[in-house]
Design a binder for this molecule. Structure first.
Ligand SMILES: Cc1cc2nc3c(=O)[nH]c(=O)nc-3n(C[C@H](O)[C@H](O)[C@H](O)COP(=O)(O)OP(=O)(O)OC[C@H]3O[C@@H](n4cnc5c(N)ncnc54)[C@H](O)[C@@H]3O)c2cc1C
Length: 261
């Protein structure tokens, strides 16, 4: 099975700070990590590869040159290949331009399974995975919490708010991984050493993929962030002790006091 895992480098924080003037993310001083859902997806892909003889895992990312450090981590975890799409032409991509570029790269590779994370902890849209599946015209099972390989298909445990569902999907297909999908392995120092000394991160630019330039980067992005700002801090609420039957009256009184009703 040829497996491609998309991995994104994200700031190591869920409390992203914004520049009050420009409204853009402040990345300085914030260490970067592999997006947690992607790391779980990569681990699950490596475990699948080990179960199915002849399988390979390729890690694929689109990002600046500094993302090559994360690609080395993917190699240290055990990925057979690491490809970084790195070109100024990709800068300013919204989710559609991102998914178009990644799908174009995937089209140049052989694949049976594409694994993306459910969601990146910085952009947080959860759009890129399903969009890649649409571009490639393959089925997509999102929120994957467990994968069981079967002949020519996969059984996938899909998480809903209140339940799980088992779905069977034929390959080629795309899965979006939850962090619960697999516990990423501990990196042995020898594996890290070999990833830096003996393995290569392949850097691709726009000439390595076939894509209409109109779908690339800022120019190919139909959505633009107009303004970003932190949420206003909510004032503390008040707790009212109420006997049985009193609560509704108290709430109605408060709503009237504040001219809400
Ligand atoms: C309306 C809008 C406008 C934007 N405008 C800009 C802009 O002008 N300039 C700018 O720099 N950014 C912009 N962004 C952010 C940028 O588009 C996103 O970071 C990027 O498209 C990925 O989306 P996401 O982070 O929400 O990923 P999600 O959809 O949450 O990610 C799901 C999964 O897709 C995969 N994935 C996502 N991105 C990558 C990647 N780069 N490489 C490999 N795998 C990936 C990962 O497996 C990830 O877990 C914009 C976002 C939005 C929503």
């Amino acid at each position: 099975m040829k497996i491609i895992v998309t991995i994104k480098q994200v700031p190591d924080t869920t409390e992203v700070k914004l520049d009050p003037v420009t409204g853009t993310l402040i990345r300085e001083g914030v260490p970067s990590i592999m997006n947690p859902d992607d790391k779980a997806g990569l681990e699950a892909a490596l475990q699948l590869r080990d179960k199915i003889p002849g399988s390979t895992v390729t890690a694929l990312s689109m990002g600046p040159a500094q993302a090559s450090v994360m690609m080395r981590e993917a190699l240290a975890m055990g990925a057979d290949r690491a490809i970084l799409l790195c070109d100024r032409a990709f800068a300013g991509s919204d989710t559609l331009a991102t998914s178009s570029s990644i799908a174009a790269a995937i089209r140049t590779l052989e694949f049976d399974l594409v694994v993306t994370g459910r969601q990146a902890i910085d952009g947080d849209t959860a759009q890129v995975g399903p969009q890649i599946a649409e571009h490639l015209h393959i089925p997509n099972v999102s929120y994957a919490a467990e994968i069981v390989p079967e002949f020519g298909s996969l059984k996938v445990k899909r998480m809903f708010d209140d339940r799980y569902q088992w779905q069977r999907v034929k390959t080629p297909c795309l899965l979006t991984a939850l962090s619960e999908l697999a516990q990423p392995r501990y990196l042995a120092p020898g594996a890290v050493f070999r990833a830096w000394r003996e393995k290569e991160v392949e850097t691709w630019n726009v000439s390595n993929i076939e894509i209409d330039p109109g779908y690339l980067g800022l120019a190919g992005s139909p959505t633009k962030v107009k303004k970003s700002f932190p949420k206003a801090v909510k004032p503390a609420g008040c707790v009212v002790a109420a006997e049985n039957g009193e609560a509704a009256d108290i709430i109605m009184k408060k709503l009237r006091e504040h001219f809400i009703i």
